[in-house]
Write a protein of this length. Structure first.
Length: 541
């Protein structure tokens, strides 16, 4: 164990106080130095398909990949509810949405919930949060925070802190990192462990990259996903009625960056324009933007008259990927800055670094963007963790872990007993190669935000390593079953296939038991339907 920055304090105290005290101090220093620092890095809507540690078809992310190279890559990590603020509430409380009450993006987070940062702060950790929270209120349990209001903005964003609001000029991903590094370098006591939440807005819609990367990425073309033209055969009505299709629901203006002028010239109408997002750019930033996006508009004007649904889908997909991945390139650079700092300061060995997203995202699979469904791309979330003192470098873990597990993992790492109401499990046994104690065989999922943007119907379900059972219970009463091993793309719903009759029976029984285990019920389903009805019409936080 290295004493790093504690060494001078230790030596001084020992010289000054003599032998008996010497032992006590040594013991104390040992305990303090053993407690790891924790850096929780989370981006917003970052699908695992866009991290080269998982797949290098779309982008190279060498810095994020470093976390897996120096630590562990989870191939089967998922969320309990694939939407922003609810996912964050699950992470902070270690409780499912139906227990912590934050079921959607509309209601405020109930700050009577106890969160793991509050517990760590009480246990002597320094705590700080920078970036996107999206709760509609300020976080508790942090010595310092600077968060974006609501979704936040890419250019010249506003930040909220206890001292008030500030607009910081520049690009949100760089600024969030500057704030994070500034806290680590200048406002932290090096003699105490810290827990830092470093939370990117990117790559959330409407995908505005920084100049360097929109210049680079608008020149690229990307491979088409196999299910881009999915017709949802065998799927139920939820997939068919969802409004997240690239062709029909992705905005040519807001998302694909056509100007209102181009739209008018082509006689096209659209539901949205970039209003505030582009409006926040300075004249210089806007001129640089127009230099690149102007020719894209001109080119589209020439092509549009000959386009059909299929060529327009491909054009929109390419435009989507160029901007979405462009924002990720900045996240990757900035993650590299934080990892470099840890290396330079010799903090890396005893610092747990987590990289994850608040959920996965469709990058054209099933013809979609957005998330919400329990289907693979939005249910699965990237997860990479390094902790050189404890995790063997370059390992891969395929156990089913969830965002529900973070709170207990961090408390366990800090040697603090987790409250009994927390519903996850510490990942420490998996991280430290003691897999024998891990026996989870099914995980639970429940999505609520309906009716709402993207029109994804309410559903709950369970997944085992082999199968996934989903119940769409509101508006309709439909079940779907997927064979995860034989049909990883989930295009073949086998709920009515006689060959799966036994599996359906067993999975329904397991779902019942799992709902009971996590204390979810029809009564709660109805309670949240009622609460949601009261919330509809409220603006998203
Ligand atoms: C915005 C987006 C949606 C997105 C939600 C929730 N529309 O409303 O596409 O699903 O956020 O995202 S936009 O036109 O405003 O971009 S979440 O990550 O916060 O849950
Ligand atoms: Ca999100």
């Amino acid at each position: 164990m290295k004493l790093t920055k504690l060494a001078p304090l230790f030596i001084f105290t020992v010289l000054a106080t003599g032998c008996k005290v010497k032992n006590e101090v040594a013991q104390k220093v040992q305990t303090i130095t053993e407690r790891p620092n924790i850096i929780f890095i989370m981006s917003d809507d970052h699908g695992y398909q866009a991290i080269s540690a998982y797949s290098d078809k779309l982008i190279q992310t060498p810095n994020i990949d470093r976390i897996a190279k120096e630590g562990m890559l989870f191939t089967n990590a998922s969320v309990t509810n694939s939407i922003c603020a609810p996912s964050r509430a699950v992470i902070l409380t270690g409780k499912h949405s139906h227990i912590n009450g934050k079921i959607d993006n509309l209601s405020e987070f109930d700050t009577n919930n106890v969160t793991f940062p509050q517990i760590l702060q009480k246990a002597g950790y320094q705590t700080a949060m920078f970036g996107k929270l999206h709760f509609g209120n300020n976080p508790k349990g942090f010595d310092e925070f600077m968060i974006l209001p609501g979704q936040g903005e890419y250019y010249n964003p506003k930040f909220i802190s206890e001292k008030g609001d500030t607009i910081i000029r520049g690009y949100v991903t760089d600024i969030t990192t500057d704030l994070t590094l500034d806290w680590m370098k200048n406002r932290r006591d090096p003699n105490k462990p810290f827990m830092l939440m470093y939370l990117h807005k990117a790559p959330h819609r409407a995908w505005l990259p920084t100049q360097k990367y929109y210049t680079e990425y608008t020149k690229k073309t990307f491979p088409l996903p196999e299910t881009l033209f999915d017709g949802y055969k065998t799927r139920g009505s939820a997939a068919k009625t969802a409004e997240m299709g690239i062709l029909k629901h992705m905005s040519l203006v807001n998302d694909n960056k056509l100007t209102p002028k181009t739209m008018k010239e082509l006689g096209l109408t659209d539901w949205n324009d970039l209003g505030e997002s582009l409006g926040r750019m300075s004249a210089e930033q806007r001129a640089q933007w127009d230099e690149v996006y102007g020719p894209i508009n001109e080119d589209f004007k020439k092509r549009y008259p000959t386009m059909n649904d299929s060529t327009l889908t491909v054009w929109k997909y390419q435009r989507y990927m160029q901007d979405y991945l462009g924002t990720i390139a900045s996240v990757d650079d900035n993650v590299g800055r934080v990892l470099d700092y840890l290396d330079e300061e010799k903090l890396a060995d005893n610092t747990i670094v987590v990289y994850t997203s608040d959920q996965g995202f469709y990058l054209g699979e099933h013809g979609w963007f957005d998330k919400r469904f329990m289907y693979n791309e939005s249910f699965k979330t990237p997860l990479l963790i390094k902790w050189p003192n404890k995790i063997t470098a370059g390992t891969t873990e395929d156990e089913m872990v969830q965002n529900l597990d973070f709170a207990q993992t961090f408390l366990d790492a800090a040697g603090v007993v987790a409250p009994a109401e927390m519903q996850g499990e510490s990942l420490i046994p998996l991280l430290t190669g003691k897999k024998e104690t891990w026996n989870r065989d099914a995980i639970y999922y429940h999505y609520y935000e309906y009716p709402a943007e993207h029109a994804v119907k309410r559903h709950y379900g369970i997944a085992t390593k082999e199968f996934k059972l989903i119940h769409f219970y509101y508006d309709v009463n439909e079940w779907e079953l997927y064979d995860r091993k034989k049909d990883p793309q989930e295009i073949n719903n086998v709920i009515n296939d006689p060959a799966y009759a036994t599996v359906v029976r067993e999975m329904k029984q397991k779902l019942k038991e799992t709902r009971k285990k996590y204390k979810d019920s029809e009564t709660l389903d109805n309670h949240y339907i009622q609460i949601y009805k009261d919330n509809v019409g409220r603006k998203e936080l």
